[in-house]
Write a protein that binds this ligand. Sequence first.
Ligand code: SAJ
Length: 434
Amino acid sequence: MLKKLEDKILRRKAKIGIIGLGYVGLPLALTFVKAGFKVYGLDVDEDRVLKLGKGVSYILDTPSSEIRDAIASRRFAVTNDFMRIKEVDAVIICVPTPLYKTKEPDVSYIVSAVKNIKRYMKRGQIIVLESTTYPGTTEEVMLPVLEEGGMKEGKDFYLAFSPERIDPGNPEYDTKNTPKIIGGISKTSTDIAKLLYEQAIDAVIAVSSAKVAEMVKLLENTFRIVNIGMVNEIMLMCDRLGVNVWEVIDAAKTKPYGYMPFYPGPGVGGHCIPVDPIYLSWKARMHGFEARFIDLASQVNSEMPHYVVSKVIEGLNDHRKSLRCSTILIVGVAYKKDVKDLRESPALEIIDMLIKKGALVSYYDPYLPYLKIDGINLKSLPFNKNSFKDSDCVIIVTDHSNVDYKFIADNSKLVVDTRNVLKAIKNKSNIVRL
Ligand code: SAJ
């Protein structure tokens, strides 16, 4: 059975099902299609299935032309019919792993996916989880469900974890050229899953277990949240010391070894960095260990929106204005530059705080024409002189590349720049920097 599967993989005849066609699953599906495999995209979201069926992309980094080409190749079909799982040789799960309001991991999407797989699975299938999750999920949550009824992992099916490594908006690295980690419950599973991924991805690195692979991802994202938290705290210190933190960082990054630049900002958004490390600290706590760096970094990062609002109040005060009834224009609301994703965006918290303090808030974001906050519908203002001249304060929260920041600085009474996009503009009294 294993030999037959290996041959099918090498001949690109193995069929692949991908559950969850978001910013991870869709590019992965198209990468396997381009490598010559037949792929069934499975998603519960009917709107996504409809759009993809029409060759329309909803992921900024995935052009619709790629979807149309995949469909035209007759090697890509999208459906919400999980019975298709019966027809594939491999199933890859790319579903969300958010947090509950209690800050505990919500693996319900994984559980629902693995139950769907269980219902339709057949002997000899490869099952890979890609969703970022706490170490042990593959073994403790997925394996028992799949082995119910007597099938044995490593013999009747193959189970592995392979963390997704997607950096939305990154023009240089995509699914194919980003090295991929893979770790199975059994060595047989590691090997067969590695063979599958190697047909589509340039570099695939095997590790000794699914748990190691789960932990690799959490190390990567914990590295980021902690360093972002550290540099936000350095910024707060520089503010007290009257030192320009951006100049300090630019000088520090001239060090060719042993240093990597991170930048202060208005807070940490996205559904990875603010979330994934909490999966690790939660699991560590279950084992009686307090992950102090993660908790501290999360705390420092979550204070940043409040800090931005305090800089706005300070700036207005210097212009003899109170925040209440002031008109505030937020430039950029996505969670980071050049994406149209709002999840966990600090801009939403800043807007909420400003409205609660009586400010009249509007926004401009080239990627997000509409915004709904606590039932309030906002529409992005046009990018013109009046939008800025009519505002008592403009806050640059997300530094999208395709925005003329000099125009903003030239036409605004007061600009709070949280991303140092105005660094080239010196000695202008209307600019407040973090
Ligand atoms: N941020 C800062 N300062 C920094 C870097 C980021 O304030 O120096 C903020 C960003 O504005 C954003 C948040 O942190 O709000 C997250 O930024 P991010 O660059 O980590 O962006 P993500 O979450 O879209 O992508 C990350 C990947 N990013 C990079 O490796 C550069 C990577 O960590 C993961 O592959 C991905 O999350 C994931 O899916 O886990």
